[in-house]
Design a protein around this ligand. Structure first.
Ligand SMILES: [Zn+2]
Ligand SMILES: [Zn+2]
Length: 157
């Protein structure tokens, strides 16, 4: 089987990623207010994850400074509508790589370059979900995150 690397680790036409995300927001009829748009644009700049503080700092560097709750609300909105994901392990956010087709996402996180690649995969532990259901728990999600070193970084690129 040919090894195929997730898009995030490859050189690609990144403006395409941005267009897809914006088109998807449009198709869903989402209202991208100023802050939602600014935060989404930041996340779409590359496939790195960003913590809430970094997002606030970067916005400030760009000459706009929201109150922290405003930025958090914008992030919540983007996550809720599938335009961004929260990476639990890093306590950070990343733009959704396939907002038009994202069903069940897993994440491969490179510890060296901090690139987060989104991959499609089924829930990590059906077993855990089943146990949760058995005890009457209405499970919503399990976290699917793998940490390691991407092949670019292994090759010293
Ligand atoms: Zn996604
Ligand atoms: Zn890497």
């Amino acid at each position: 089987m040919e090894k195929s690397e997730p898009l995030a680790f490859l050189e690609h036409d990144h403006s395409q990623c941005r267009q897809t995300a914006l088109k998807c927001a449009n198709n869903q009829g989402l209202r991208l207010t100023k802050w939602r748009q600014l935060v989404l644009d930041l996340l779409l700049e590359d496939h790195r994850s960003m913590g809430a503080y970094e997002i606030l700092n970067r916005l400030e560097c760009n000459g706009v400074k929201p109150q922290p709750p405003t930025a958090y609300r914008a992030l919540d909105f983007l996550v809720e509508h599938g335009l961004a994901h929260r990476i639990e392990k890093l306590n950070a956010y990343v733009a959704c790589a396939r907002p038009d087709a994202c069903q069940s996402a897993g994440f491969i996180i490179c510890k060296e370059c901090n690139i987060v690649a989104e991959v499609e995969c089924s829930p990590s532990s059906p077993e855990l979900l089943r146990v949760a259901a058995n005890v009457g728990f209405d499970a919503e999600s399990t976290v699917m995150e793998v940490e390691g070193i991407c092949s670019n970084c292994q090759n010293g690129n």
